[in-house]
Design a protein around this ligand. Structure first.
Ligand code: HC0
Ligand code: SF4
Length: 572
């Protein structure tokens, strides 16, 4: 350990840590707009400056290694002045649209400017960035990029390149023209972007946001002749509460259901029901492929519920499209059944049923628009858009009494809720594949595989499935996906799960933003694991409503009707 003196107190740090890491670990608040946990220091924004005895100038904490005996002061007039000046320079070049900006509530620039008393328009001199820069890029169904609000912190560029291994956006131009954009300043819809939205969760300002579809949602809710049905994804239930001041990860499923009814949705279904259904179909597909000759049914079977991952395969590995499971993602299954099975049972006219999905994900907006998947989900709202609607309506879900989902598509098991964290889809599918392949249930104490819960971008697992050893891999983040697909190991595998976002959907591009994102995502994932462990049923095939839908409507997993409603295939 290394000992420092910080604001007169003794602080211990680890050798090799940066000053920023050491200070944050010791509970000191040091502002930054460019730093990203887990990636190399960038030193772009210079907001993390502190005083270090002996240094001739202020020191940027993010790039300064700790050393024994260092004497540090984190809030002196000189530090405050330097930070204020940085903020004033940023504001001088920033459109003054805070009052109506989507980011107003949680904008890093705005909150720091207020905290340090930074004044607006000091060097503006009539030069207005909005007038100089292009208008917002609204070409994609998922993400809006407003270059005028970009402060050039580079977080989006580094996340996309270093964490996702994609590089869909980069710095362009020089000097006054310096900006961030896709190559050749192409619209996002023409870039090789997979819409995972990792750039959006890490952007500190309103430069990158989800496409806001709340206006559409209000319009649908106001239609007199329409049954507006809604469903919520696994990861949403452990992220909404943090927007209302509850501890990160607090699950408030029943309260979200109550809040959605207050917003005017007439039925509230659970995407978890769809996840259980996906498990049934995907496990059957896996067992079928294992039994068939390899040329006819390519292995490994790869999960296809993450639309960021599917788009990634389409762009970068089109020759592997046949390895993707043909299952539609859970919310698409729920959408398809709402307009058929459910509408029939309830005597509703399917042409008057509209399905809205609340998802942690920006890529799901794109998925819902895919030609292959028409006729199921009509609108996708992210967690943040749901929160925006609740605030507009003055509803705080944490103060409501929990309510139950609507029947027929509201029941779920612990296997479904873990879809929202990396490793969960594989774990859930294996619980049921084991039962399908062997006719026996895994005992309660064997329902979780430690290998799938470990941190790590590629997690490996071998499972005995009857007479056969199944080789599985779970991939967290797209950079590692490329690594696995290009390695010789790939050919040896039977089953592969990929989630585009680090941590899985709990870390999705549509989730609540805020400081300490890595820890937040981990707490949400733990919370989902807890929901699984306390579920009375933990295997998808035990879900009574799933049994009912097969008995009364679908027949068996993989039936012709299942294929028509619950499967698709992605063509190059
Ligand atoms: Fe996910 Fe899903 S788990 S992709 O991350 O499979 O978005 O939460 O809703 O559809 O269930 C997202 C989350 C879902 C779907 C489910 C899957
Ligand atoms: Fe969307 Fe989840 Fe995939 Fe991220 S991991 S792109 S949130 S489905």
């Amino acid at each position: 350990t290394v000992r420092l003196t910080v604001d007169g107190r003794l602080v211990e740090a680890r050798q090799g840590q940066t000053l920023l890491e050491a200070l944050r670990q010791a509970g000191y608040e040091v502002p930054t707009l460019c730093h990203l946990e887990g990636l190399a220091p960038f030193g772009g924004c210079r907001l993390c400056v502190v005083e270090v005895s002996g240094a001739r100038t202020l020191v940027t904490a993010c790039s300064q290694p700790v050393s024994e005996g260092m004497v540090v002061r984190t809030h002196t007039p000189a530090v405050h002045k330097a930070r204020r000046q940085v903020l004033e320079l940023l504001l001088a070049d920033h459109p003054q649209e805070c009052a109506s900006c989507l980011r107003s509530d949680d904008c890093g620039l705005r909150s720091l400017a207020a905290r340090y008393g930074a004044r607006v328009g000091l060097w503006a001199d009539g030069v207005h960035r909005r007038a100089l820069k292009e208008e917002p890029d609204v070409s994609s169904p998922s993400i809006v990029r407003d270059a005028a609000k970009c402060i050039l912190c580079g977080r989006c560029v580094r996340i996309c390149q270093e964490q996702q291994g994609i590089g869909a956006i980069d710095f362009t131009g020089r000097g006054f023209d310096l900006g961030v954009a896709p190559a050749f300043k192409a619209p996002l819809s023409e870039a090789a972007c997979v819409y995972c939205g990792q750039c959006v969760v890490h952007c500190p300002t309103g430069a990158l946001t989800e496409r806001d579809d709340t206006g559409r949602a209000w319009e649908l809710l106001g239609r007199p002749d329409t049954t507006v049905v809604v469903q919520i994804a696994p990861a949403v239930r452990v992220s909404v509460a943090e927007a209302f001041g509850a501890p990160v990860g607090t699950p408030i499923t029943g309260q979200i259901v109550a809040a959605l009814r207050r917003l005017g949705f007439s039925r509230v279904f659970d995407t978890d029901f769809g996840a259980d259904l996906t498990v049934m179909e995907e496990a059957a597909e896996l067992v079928h492929r294992l039994a068939a000759p390899r040329e006819q049914a390519p292995l490994p079977l790869m999960t296809s519920c993450c639309p960021g991952w599917v788009k990634y395969v389409e762009h970068y590995f089109p020759e592997r499209l046949g390895h993707l499971s043909s299952c539609r993602s859970p919310h698409e299954m729920v959408g398809a059944l709402a307009k058929t099975y459910y509408a029939e049972k309830e005597g509703l006219d399917p042409s008057h049923v509209v399905m809205v999905s609340i998802m942690p994900c920006t890529a799901k907006k794109f998925e819902a628009q895919r030609e292959e998947l028409q006729g199921s989900v009509d609108l996708v709202l992210t967690t943040r858009e749901l929160v925006r609607m609740l605030r507009l309506a003055g509803i705080d879900p944490t103060r409501l009494e929990p309510e139950a989902f609507d029947p027929l598509m509201g029941a779920s098991t612990g296997a479904a809720v873990i879809f929202g964290r990396t490793g969960g889809v594989a774990e859930a599918a294996l619980r049921t594949a084991y039962w399908m392949a062997t006719g026996k249930d895994l005992p309660e104490e064997k329902l979780e595989w430690e290998e799938l819960h470990r941190a790590g971008q590629i997690r490996r697992l071998r499972v005995e499935l009857g007479s056969r050893v199944l080789r599985c891999a779970v991939v967290d983040g797209l950079k590692a996906a490329r690594e696995l697909l290009e390695s010789p190991e790939y050919e040896q595998l039977d089953f592969v799960e990929v989630m585009a976002c680090p941590g899985g959907c709990v870390g999705g591009g549509g989730q609540m933003r805020g400081q300490d994102l890595v820890a937040r995502v981990e707490r949400r994932a733990q919370s989902l694991a807890g929901l699984d462990r306390t579920s009375p049923l933990r295997r998808a095939h035990e879900n009574p409503e799933i049994r009912a839908v097969y008995q009364e409507y679908l027949g068996s997993p993989g039936s012709a009707r299942s294929h028509q409603l619950l499967h698709t295939h992605y063509v190059d």
